[in-house]
Design a protein around this ligand. Structure first.
Ligand code: SER
Length: 316
């Protein structure tokens, strides 16, 4: 029986993945944790066990793992790309020291570890189109540096200590429950909120900038599928390219216009986030994930837009 600890459970992914894991493995078997209790997450906090855990506090983390006899850690606590550039030292501390603490307690207590990686592991030297699973990884953001180092560290703990580490190189995630916390792909979430509220959006990412994206329900499926994948079929571990669609701001605007014809898009490009976006792939090759554990997304851009606008409208 899995006994799962989710770190960063109140973030964009955690708030939905924790629910998905509770449905699948039972509420009592999924412990949600965050470095602090945030307002607006009462449902999640009350739908099962919740603990305050800061991943940079090794002792607090280890005590929680022992208290609940955890055997699987889903480590979502991280500082994203754009906010990482504002405070690289904090990004390193949370993303690297946090992950190290997770891997160490996993080694001691025999836990499997799931840590998301990102399209941010790639950089300007990486082939931009159909970016291969195994290719050049020379990112120029602190977020990307911590994600590459994190992939290597997770593989190291698997080979050296037999810790069952697995991960996904996630693209931009679009969702309506919790806003993302300061990434470069966040425009693709904000645009839906503004389309419903003001029928207008000013993009901080320039026209023509393509990036990989995915709707959250597919990401939740991907996590659970990889968690349950037959280890004998995994040639790769940390981490798998996964994508569902690739688009630029004008493409998502065109998709929104099919439902809200008056919608207008203009641009006020943020040079920091634009430089980050320019260093990431246009579109990744995710055939390794498809072959090794059956990855197959359900939502394309128009299907996502339709569902996202309907769900978000009901929420707002
Ligand atoms: N969505 C993330 C970011 O933009 C990418 O992993 O930082």
């Amino acid at each position: 029986m899995r006994k799962i600890l989710v770190t960063g459970a109140l973030g964009q992914i955690g708030s939905e993945l924790t629910r998905g894991l509770r449905e699948r493995y039972g509420a009592a078997n999924v412990i949600a944790s965050s470095r602090r209790i945030k307002p607006g997450h009462e449902d999640l906090i009350e739908s099962g066990v919740f603990e305050v855990v800061n991943v940079t506090d090794a002792q607090q983390l280890a005590e929680t793992v022992r208290k609940y006899k955890i055997n699987t850690i889903v480590n979502l606590a991280a500082v994203l790309s754009a906010v990482g550039e504002e405070n690289p030292q904090r990004a390193w501390n949370v993303n690297m020291n946090g992950l190290y603490n997770v891997l160490e307690v996993a080694r001691e207590e025999n836990c499997a570890v799931f840590t998301p990686s990102s399209i941010a592991v790639f950089g300007l030297l990486t082939p931009k189109d159909n970016t291969p699973q195994d290719t050049i990884q020379r990112p120029n953001t602190i977020y990307g540096v911590t994600k590459v180092a994190g992939e290597l560290l997770c593989d190291y703990y698997f080979h050296k200590y037999g810790v069952d580490t697995r991960g996904l190189r996630l693209p931009g995630l679009i969702s309506y429950q919790t806003l993302p916390g300061g990434g470069t792909t966040d425009y693709a979430v904000h645009i839906y909120y503004e389309a419903l509220k003001h029928k207008k959006y000013t993009s901080f990412i320039a026209q023509g900038t393509k990036m990989d994206m995915m709707y959250m329900p597919d990401a939740i499926d991907a996590f659970i599928q990889l968690l349950e994948a037959d280890p004998n079929k995994l040639i790769h571990r940390n981490a798998f390219n996964v994508t569902a669609m690739s688009f630029a701001p004008e493409d998502i605007a065109a998709s929104i216009k099919k439902i809200i014809p008056e919608f207008e898009l203009d641009y006020a490009v943020d040079p920091v986030r634009q430089a980050i976006a320019d260093s990431w792939p246009n579109s990744m090759d995710d055939s390794a994930a498809r072959e090794q554990w059956g990855w197959e997304p359900k939502y394309d851009l128009d299907a996502m837009t339709k569902d996202m606008l309907a769900k978000l409208k009901a929420r707002l």
